[in-house]
Design a protein around this ligand. Structure first.
Ligand SMILES: Cc1ncc(COP(=O)(O)O)c(C=O)c1O
Length: 448
């Protein structure tokens, strides 16, 4: 590794560690960097090294870092109104954003509740489902990630997140295994035992068995809702088999269980369309969005016709917070969404060339024998992709991330086994950026 902390970085990280909760930022010998500024697809650190950003900072900066539309919106709003009064005195900025979200949503006449983070919007969805169904239990999928507040945390089965909080979570949610139907990949393992280990490690079960299990739970009529991402984000860009989610939705509705679609990662062009819901073939009861919504400002929304179940405010909003509908964030989000929508077809037009870079990388790895040693497959869609090294040890992608960082690329390892290299760049990324990343990954795999 040719990256070592500069005295400046080290000093800043020492200061950070002295005051920040110790379980927040992971600090090792050569990780992390300290951000100084950013522009477009690049981030610069405190030592003025430049990095090509393949994370969009958790899928947020869809238009890249500091796009002019966001800068203009900030400037205009800063002169006008920064903070408002959430659920008491509304602002025009909030009203315009709500109208725009209603218009682009898949619903005929939805209502919307705003939050500050993705987890906030999931909280709203869970509470809404409880009010609507008078039930209090939930269903989710292994590998799903919906936030870490107490509400969304109940949907998680991942030990790292629930450790210490099990007594809170107990009995509130059933986490279903993930449906698996790639026989070709399974056959690449030498023995039946290896196949079994692979299925267990990844909490996979055949789609028909997952549906059977789901129905057996639904029959108890105690579940308010199932919460699901169209493509799992932190779960490693994992896609459900075709039609699986519409089958789930049909079953859920049959037993009076609502469907909450978590589009917090997938929304606003990330998968190549405005919302991944478009290709799912069913209408969820509630849709949650966040991340890219605010153009870099903390903002989220829970959208659906069923929000009417809250009834008319009697003077005391039952679900609100100080910064609800923050006018600054609402104005930036409004301009940001309109710009994403305007440029969406241009972003879409780049996808075939980007896909081609993936195929060229695979071809090169196969020709060179790298693939035989470190087999991988591609996951995800559009600008939400992953390279899954499915037969490697746990945390295989962690040293790869550190190597790539040293070479000037920001990436994240993902999946419960950290064996997926997650690639979620800003939508303004170019195919040649992928080419230079793949060249560096190729070199890494050759030398380890
Ligand atoms: C699909 C999904 N849902 C919910 C969340 C939680 O969002 P936040 O971290 O803004 O609370 C995330 C965050 O990564 C996410 O990827």
């Amino acid at each position: 590794m040719d990256y070592k902390f500069s005295p400046q970085t080290k000093s800043l990280l020492d200061r950070l560690q002295a005051v920040e909760c110790p379980d927040t930022t992971y600090v090792s010998e050569n990780f992390p960097i300290v951000f100084r500024k950013s522009s477009g697809v690049f981030v610069e650190d405190i030592d003025r090294r430049k990095y090509l950003d393949f994370t969009s900072c958790f899928g947020v900066v869809a238009l890249g870092h500091g796009p002019s539309v966001v800068k203009r919106a900030i400037k205009k709003q800063a002169k006008k109104l920064i903070h408002g009064m959430g659920d008491v005195h509304p602002t025009e900025e909030k009203i315009k954003l709500l109208e725009l979200l209603a218009k682009i949503s898949p619903y005929a006449s939805p209502k919307i509740h705003l939050g500050l983070s993705g987890g906030d919007s999931i909280e709203t969805a869970l509470k809404t489902a409880m009010l609507a169904t008078k039930r209090h239990r939930f269903l989710s999928f292994a590998g799903g990630y919906h936030g870490l507040q107490f509400g969304p945390l109940t949907l998680s089965a991942r030990p790292v997140f629930i450790d210490g909080f099990e007594s809170w979570i107990q009995g509130k949610c059933i986490s279903l295994p993930f449906p698996w139907q790639n026989d070709e990949l399974l056959e690449s393992f030498d023995s039946f035992e290896q196949q079994e280990l692979f299925l267990n490690q990844n909490q996979f079960l055949r789609p028909e068995n997952v549906l059977e299990l789901l129905e057996s739970h639904l029959k108890t009529k105690s579940f308010a809702a199932i919460v699901v991402e169209p493509i799992q984000g932190r779960g490693g860009k994992r896609e459900f088999p075709p039609h699986f989610l519409s089958q789930c939705a049909r079953l859920c509705h049959q037993y009076g269980t609502l469907v909450i679609l978590d589009e917090i990662y997938t929304g606003f062009g990330r998968t190549g369309v405005l919302f991944a819901q478009e290709s799912l073939g069913f209408l969820p009861d509630l849709m949650c969005v966040g991340k890219a919504l605010g153009g870099g400002f903390p903002l989220s929304a829970c959208i659906g016709e069923i929000l009417d179940v809250w009834g008319k405010s009697q003077g005391e909003a039952r679900h609100t917070q100080t910064f609800l509908g923050h006018p600054f964030a609402c104005h930036v989000a409004y301009e940001n969404i309109r710009e994403i929508s305007r440029r969406l077809s241009h972003f879409q037009s780049k996808i075939p060339a980007i896909e081609n870079e993936f195929l060229n990388f695979e071809k090169d790895c196969k020709q060179d024998g790298i693939y035989a040693k470190y087999p991988f497959c591609f996951r995800g869609k559009g600008f939400m992709k992953g390279l899954w090294f499915y037969s490697q040890r746990e945390a295989f992608c962690v040293p790869m991330m550190e190597y790539l960082l040293a070479k000037g690329f920001l990436v994240l390892p993902e999946g419960e086994r950290a064996d997926v290299l997650s690639l979620t760049p800003p939508l303004v990324i170019l195919p040649e950026h992928f080419r230079s990343l793949f060249k560096t990954i190729f070199h890494y795999l050759k030398t380890i």
